[in-house]
Design a protein around this ligand. Structure first.
Ligand SMILES: [Zn+2]
Length: 304
């Protein structure tokens, strides 16, 4: 009995030591959020790429800001495992999340919400001259794009999908009208991790295109909070706790209240853009996006 217990304890020590060594080996740009789960970002607010190891191969959540980052992730994977990337899940189809797919697919299969391929084509990710345009300024980028091709997602789900890979379960949920044409939240129920896509930001204003709906975004945040996550990994910005979701909910609440009050006073959209100040956002990045945030709130308030 005693030997068994000792063996068990040694196994725990070994496992925790090996996990620590692995996290340090990958370098400071990788943050370990759980055993076998690492978030990579080069610079603050660039798109995150997360490695999820499983007993049956790797799942990537997005492939990094550019293929330069995807190469860094590929090198890290070589240190971690000799298993291939089996799936790439896109939180959104914009170029800063998907351009490195070609390094892993095949054998990886790309999973995204319906509308992702159309969005990628619309943005010209498969157009002639795309690589030349993207890499004109940098020999390093030209190198990183060698062999580039747009990988159209092989699997486009609708509304909800569950992916079981090895010991892990990943639940995919469509987030409607939050940022792009095909945004996906991903929930890992055992690990209690939620990936929010670009539906929330961290001390930074989101870019609200004309179809973005703040009420829909608030419903998405409510759904993700209902999972009761311990770790929240946004599309951009540092991973954290549920506070990321709370802060964003508060921001949108204040934004909507502020716009509603000024509309009641008979102010025009232009006047609201000049007058509205939202407490607590003084140190946020992306201030050039405040006007499109106000426009989104205005659409919701006046019902257009
Ligand atoms: Zn985007």
């Amino acid at each position: 009995m005693k030997t068994k217990l000792l063996g068990y304890l040694l196994a725990i020590v070994y496992l925790s030591l090996s996990a620590t060594v692995v996290a340090q080996d990958l370098g400071p740009k990788f943050k370990k959020v759980r055993d076998g789960i690492f978030v990579y970002t080069d610079a603050l607010n660039e798109a995150n790429c997360t490695i999820i190891m499983t007993q049956e191969g790797v799942v990537l959540i997005d492939t990094g800001q550019s293929p330069k980052d995807s190469h860094v992730v590929a090198a890290a994977l070589k240190k971690l495992t000799n298993q291939p990337v089996r799936y790439i899940i896109h939180t959104e189809p914009h170029s800063d999340h998907v351009l490195g797919d070609f390094l892993f697919a095949p054998p990886a299969l790309v999973v995204a919400h319906a509308g992702a391929t159309a969005s990628m084509k619309q943005a010209g990710l498969d157009s002639p001259g795309f690589v030349e345009k993207r890499t004109a300024a940098s020999a390093e980028l030209r190198n990183a794009f060698k062999g580039y091709r747009m990988v159209a997602p092989q699997i486009e789900y609708r509304d909800k999908m569950t992916l079981n890979v090895g010991e892990r379960t990943l639940e995919l949920y469509y987030l409607k009208n939050v940022h792009s044409e095909a945004d996906t939240a991903i929930w890992l129920p055992k690990e209690r991790i939620v990936f929010t896509a670009a539906s929330v930001t961290v001390k930074r204003f989101g870019n609200h295109r004309t179809f973005v709906s703040i009420p829909d975004t608030l419903s998405g945040i409510k759904m993700m909070k209902s999972f009761n996550p311990e770790v929240v990994i946004p599309g951009h910005g540092d991973p954290g706790t549920v506070k990321i979701l709370d802060d964003m909910e508060k921001y949108y609440g204040n934004l909507m209240d502020g716009v509603r009050q000024l509309v009641k006073q008979g102010k025009s959209l232009d006047e609201i853009k000049k007058e509205l100040k939202i407490a607590g956002t003084e140190d946020w990045a992306g201030k050039d996006r405040i006007p499109n945030n106000i426009e989104a709130a205005y659409r919701a308030v006046v019902g257009k």
